[in-house]
Ligand binder design. Structure first.
Ligand SMILES: NC(=O)c1ccc[n+]([C@@H]2O[C@H](COP(=O)([O-])OP(=O)(O)OC[C@H]3O[C@@H](n4cnc5c(N)ncnc54)[C@H](O)[C@@H]3O)[C@@H](O)[C@H]2O)c1
Length: 249
């Protein structure tokens, strides 16, 4: 028996799709047959992703701006007629250890983009999913939420811990409507901000990872597609760790 993931006929929105995990997820969802809309604050990058999947025009959206999120959700509902798969990948990845490592307005910005942005995007699309009694929501937490961050900053850690509680709460609300809501918690994945941060120190990390390699965006995108697929229809409220075994719970 061959098992294939076929998302033909499904509409998806991926935020944070200009690069890294978001771009890899958008490309893989499109390869699986989904009609994928992509958004990001980095317009040039997200346009490249849109061109790579040969699909719809990219959407510029700052997830820290509620009006822009409303505009993105309205546009996606108008153009796609509904969203079956929502991947909330866009986030500010912030480094720096200690409570004094950043200013309070940076705390607000990171929480606004990472946590409120995810909440508002879900809020903008979930009613449509409820009406159609179908949907997959995939939020992005982090290994940092479990371990208090390795190098990432406290506001980032707090935002990613918040995503776990938000995901579970929304999963309980949406379950009766046939909508699953799960979170991914990647470990150390070699995307642009992480590559820059760990450059020259990869050898320090590798012994801490049982699978003995740092992650690639594709490792996470594979799990996004699995969670979006019929194979994952009985999973909700989960936090799926994609970390090569670096943290086990
Ligand atoms: N790479 C890792 O090791 C790792 C680990 C744990 C969690 N994550 C999470 O995975 C997701 C993807 O991260 P990544 O490593 O690919 O990082 P990345 O920086 O390459 O991708 C994040 C994307 O979000 C976009 N973004 C940033 N601010 C935005 C805003 N205000 N509005 C809209 N978009 C915005 C960026 O432009 C970028 O394209 C994030 O949610 C991140 O927290 C990554």
């Amino acid at each position: 028996m061959t098992i294939e993931i076929d998302l033909t006929g499904k509409n998806a929105l991926v935020t944070g799709a200009a690069r890294g995990i978001g771009r890899a997820s958008a490309i893989l969802l499109a390869k699986a047959g989904a009609d994928v809309a992509v958004s990001d604050i980095l317009y040039e990058g997200v346009q490249e992703t849109a061109e790579a999947i040969g699909g719809r025009p990219a959407i510029r959206c700052d997830l820290g701006d509620p009006d822009q999120i409303t505009g993105m959700c309205d546009r996606v509902l108008a153009e796609l007629g509904g969203v079956d798969i929502l991947v909330n990948c866009g986030a500010i990845v912030a480094y720096g250890r200690g409570i004094g490592a950043f200013e309070p307005d940076e705390w607000d910005r990171v929480l606004d983009v990472n946590l409120r942005g995810t909440y508002l995007t879900c809020r903008g699309l979930v009613e449509n999913m409820k009406q159609r009694r179908d949907g997959r929501i995939i939020n992005f937490s982090s290994l940092a939420a479990h371990v208090g961050g390795i190098e990432t900053a406290m506001h980032y850690v707090a935002s990613k811990a918040g995503i776990i509680g938000f995901t579970r709460s929304l999963a309980k609300e949406c379950g009766p409507f046939g909508i699953t809501v799960n979170a991914l918690a990647p470990g150390v994945i070699l995307t642009p901000p992480v590559r820059k941060q760990v450059a020259g120190r990869e050898a320090d990390y590798i012994p801490t990872i049982p699978l003995r390699r740092l992650g690639e965006s594709r490792d996470v995108a594979n799990v996004v597609v699995f969670l979006a697929s019929p194979l994952a229809s009985y999973l909700t409220g989960l936090v799926v760790d994609v970390n090569g075994g670096q943290f086990m719970k």
